[in-house]
Design a protein around this ligand. Sequence first.
Ligand SMILES: NC(=O)c1ccc[n+]([C@@H]2O[C@H](COP(=O)([O-])OP(=O)(O)OC[C@H]3O[C@@H](n4cnc5c(N)ncnc54)[C@H](OP(=O)(O)O)[C@@H]3O)[C@@H](O)[C@H]2O)c1
Length: 282
Amino acid sequence: MKNFLLSRIIGIIGVGNMGEAILARAIKDKAKDKRLSAKNFIIVEKDRLKESFVKRIYNVKIASDVKELVFKSDIIIIAVKPQDIDSVLDAINNALQICEEKWLLIISIAAGINTSYIENKISPEVKVVRAMPNMPASIGEGITALAKGHFANTRDLNVAKEIFAILGPTVNIEKEELIDVVTAISGSGPAYLFYIVSAIVAAAKGLDLDKETANKLVYQTMIGSMDLLSRHSFDAETLISRVASKGGTTEAALKIFKERQLNEIIAEAIRSAYLRAKELSR
Ligand SMILES: NC(=O)c1ccc[n+]([C@@H]2O[C@H](COP(=O)([O-])OP(=O)(O)OC[C@H]3O[C@@H](n4cnc5c(N)ncnc54)[C@H](OP(=O)(O)O)[C@@H]3O)[C@@H](O)[C@H]2O)c1
């Protein structure tokens, strides 16, 4: 698989936050075992300023339009906003009508766009994998859920897996409809944690700690605690019991969470995100 990817051209349509994150991790990251280089990429970007920035920083090929990108790519990553996807799919479809038959894999990261929507817009049958990364992908600490469409096989899924491993771990989702749950959990998840961080910082400031100290304490508490949780076989409940001693300070705080049913609030919020993801999906 490693050699397979090395000899492929990956076309990225839209190099905003996510498209650029892929380039940055694949080309610029010196700390990792680098498998891909600028030679593996071609991009098309609507925003001219962004396009010249990407050309200068990453030295990748720039396609004049989607048609040229389709002709030159083996794998296409669609990284535009969902509202821009129709024109991109039309352009891919038009290019494929005049393109020699070839192996092609389309990976879409557009939130809410089902693989069947893409398959229906493109003929002939096209291999599609849907990817749902999240924001920490920009520093290689994201998590990406992957689901394959009707015409993609396990090998295609593994190709997508290898590309997205650049941005952090990946998980395969068998039933694509569960991507709406993923969206509500890991897609929106960073914002939930930022919300909790900002609430704890505000509480610390309310108790007279200065902002800088509060930020430092809260950020490192989050990082260290999540690292601890992920390294051990203990679950969150077990670790809570290790921090909270009977009659102590942690227990006093947890009592308020339980009395106010914070778990119910979180469950309701996540369900609401899930329903919204379902509503927006097409
Ligand atoms: N950001 C996240 O945390 C995140 C997480 C999971 C999934 N996603 C998904 O990832 C996709 C990209 O998100 P993003 O945050 O990277 O968006 P973004 O920063 O807006 O990047 C998209 C880029 O594509 C360009 N573009 C639009 N139409 C184009 C076209 N026809 N040809 C070439 N370039 C085109 C846009 O240019 P203009 O700005 O000029 O329109 C923009 O520079 C979205 O569908 C989103 O749902 C994002």
